[in-house]
Design a protein around this ligand. Structure first.
Ligand code: SF4
Length: 87
């Protein structure tokens, strides 16, 4: 069962270099730090929860910077095998 089936609070999409980006919307506090780094990848919905747009539109280092800026570790990076790389 995928995370998506377990909870619609999780969104995940393929990024560059085989990286998978997962956002845990239940952990998001709407701080928008990720959007400051990568506005083409993240936006906030009307409840000020993060929404994943297009992770392939940026390079890998930008995704890392966005994930590292998130104060609640709501942005998770995985490799192509599903191993968690961050946090
Ligand atoms: S930085 Fe984290 S808490 Fe802030 S909007 Fe992005 S995902 Fe949500």
């Amino acid at each position: 069962m995928t995370r998506q089936e377990v909870s619609d609070e999780f969104q995940e999409k393929e990024g560059p270099e085989g990286i998978r980006v997962v956002v845990d919307r239940s952990a998001c506090i709407g701080a928008a730090d990720c959007i400051a780094v990568a506005p083409a990848v993240f936006r906030l919905d009307e409840r000020r929860r993060v929404v994943l747009l297009d992770p392939r539109s940026v390079d890998e280092s930008t995704l890392w910077r966005a994930a590292e800026r998130c104060p609640t570790d709501a942005i998770i990076l995985e490799d192509a095998q599903g191993e968690q790389l961050y946090p």
